[in-house]
Design a protein around this ligand. Structure first.
Ligand code: SAH
Length: 252
């Protein structure tokens, strides 16, 4: 039997947000490879081998998946959200490009998932309804200076911004610096969304202004969205609506 490799997104947490395509791939799989908490989201069954690994070993994990597919196994590499957004799909292609030429003939597919910024945006309203960008605030894989440069340019372009990996215990000071830069550049009134553990039982949403935002409002399970200069808050009973209008003039 010929093997294959599917790099699949499990969505933000809720089973209802896993696509039928991903569910079908998992049902046919012989092996599931991924970071420990993501593999834990896959129901065990007879004939399915689980290969959980630590977060820092992306390339080893990618090579393992490619070797298993080469041996004829049906392998699903799992990521949270979408596998192409700050996740395993790029790691698999890096390993494939650097690996033996035979790997290029393997049946490799990427199965999309609902990425955290889209799940968070949907919960809050439509903050990403006009032009936006996504920035990973972790400096594990890039220099901090590059993060600051991109932030300043994104403010200059008046994008709404989605921030992944805003803050970890290992580098708590980075996000405080990000908030300072944004407050200086955008002013204290700009709305900012902290969306934690969206679509899980721990979900918590908070819409505040940059003046009110505190670094402790984010952790590694939080997706942060900063509005553009056009983003609006509609007050109403309960959770307000955060949205960015479709139209922007040239005066921004
Ligand atoms: N591939 C994933 C992102 C991995 S980076 C995706 O497409 O969503 C991990 C970061 O994603 C976390 O630090 C957090 O910022 C965000 N994230 C993932 N799941 C989330 C959720 N359910 N709620 C809020 N943020 C989430």
């Amino acid at each position: 039997m010929s093997g294959w490799l599917a790099i699949a997104g499990l969505g933000p947490g809720d089973d209802a947000l896993v696509t039928p395509e991903v569910t079908a791939a998992l049902a046919e799989a012989t092996d599931v490879v991924g970071y420990i908490p993501y593999v834990a989201r896959v129901a065990p069954r007879d004939g399915l081998r689980l290969h959980p690994s630590d977060n820092r070993v992306e390339l080893d994990r990618a090579s393992l998946a490619l070797r298993l597919a080469e041996e004829g196994r049906r392998v699903v590499v799992v990521s949270s959200g979408d596998p192409g957004v700050f996740a395993m799909a790029s790691a698999v292609f890096e390993a494939l490009e650097a690996g033996p030429p035979d790997w290029r003939a393997l049946d490799v597919r990427v199965l999309p998932g609902i990425t955290a910024m889209l799940a968070a945006s949907a919960r809050a309203g439509a903050p990403l309804g006009h032009d936006f960008c996504a920035i990973n605030l972790s400096d594990n894989l890039k220099p901090w200076a590059l993060i600051e440069k991109r932030l300043r340019l994104a403010v200059d372009a008046d994008f709404a911004m989605a921030f992944y990996n805003p803050r970890s215990k290992a580098r708590p000071e980075g996000f405080a610096r990000v908030l300072e830069i944004l407050r200086d550049a955008c002013g204290a009134d700009r709305p900012i969304l902290f969306a934690r553990a969206v679509s899980t039982p721990d979900e918590a949403l908070r819409i505040v202004t940059l003046g009110e935002a505190r670094p402790e409002m984010a952790d590694m399970r939080t997706l942060v969205i900063l509005g553009s200069s056009q983003t609006r808050v509609i007050a109403r009973p309960g959770q307000p609506i955060l949205y960015t209008p479709r139209f922007a003039g040239d005066g921004v």
